[in-house]
Write a protein that binds this ligand. Structure first.
Ligand SMILES: *Cc1c(COP(=O)(O)O)cnc(C)c1O
Length: 228
């Protein structure tokens, strides 16, 4: 079985090839390693292989890992990418650097109010239900503009962009469609002067399609840590 370091090398090659195809600088794509369900030792291996940014889905599990790796905290960036309930916002505001899954004003307001003053603003993305799936979390595309304008006015958070988990699609062309739709949504917000720089899209199965459509953060779990 390949080691985590070997897997990271392969993912980096996939990102580089997609950037070359898209005519993009490889530095314009950030690799976020999704470590959910894997122990802190696996994260440590990824750190030894050069990664510094990690994504967690579950608040409690994430906070435990952040604690287990507290000695490295200054070097690391922790991103919450899973659903967030309002009774968990305080611990998230106190421990994480980013939240990708904001889909309600109330959550963003609480994160802003609860962000400790000695920390930099919490970096936020709005999660968009870009494929229109009934069961998926995320805000409807039509509602993004109003939420973005409201969140961008909060003092202790900084709205950076949009995040989506598109429905799986079989072929490469079909994979690109929802990613393109998310980029077009971001472009529309930026035409209104919101100054957003982040498109969090693309996972193990579709990172190439996402990069071709402008992803700036790809969230990769399985290809780095193995099957969950
Ligand atoms: C689990 C997860 C990922 C990583 O998915 P892989 O297919 O394992 O790469 C990315 N984003 C979110 C929101 C996830 O929940």
């Amino acid at each position: 079985m390949a080691t985590i370091a070997e897997n990271i090398q392969q993912v980096r090659q996939r990102i580089a090839a997609a950037c070359a195809q898209a005519g993009r600088d490889v530095q314009s794509v950030t690799l976020l390693a999704v470590s959910k369900t894997f122990p802190a030792e696996a994260v440590r291996e990824a750190i030894d292989a050069g990664l510094t940014r990690f994504g967690e889905n579950y608040v409690q599990e994430g906070v435990e890992k952040i604690g287990a790796l507290a000695g490295l905290r200054e070097r690391l960036e922790w991103h919450l990418i899973g659903p967030l309930q309002s009774n968990k916002t305080r611990v998230v505001a106190e421990h994480f650097d980013w939240v990708h899954s904001v889909d309600r004003l109330k959550i963003a307001e609480r994160l802003s109010a609860q962000r400790p003053p000695h920390l930099p603003p919490l970096q936020l993305c709005l999660q968009v239900n870009i494929s229109g799936e009934a069961t998926k979390s995320g805000i409807a595309p039509e509602a993004v503009r109003e939420l973005a304008l409201q969140v961008s006015r909060l003092p202790h958070v900084r709205l950076r962009g949009l995040m989506a988990i598109p429905e799986p699609a079989a072929d490469a062309q079909a994979q690109r469609r929802p990613h393109r739709a998310l980029r077009e949504l971001l472009d529309a917000l930026n035409r209104e002067g919101l100054g957003l720089d982040t498109l969090s899209m693309g996972m193990t199965a579709d990172l190439e399609a996402a990069i071709l459509e402008g992803a700036t953060i790809v969230r990769v779990g399985t290809a780095i840590f193995g099957r969950r």
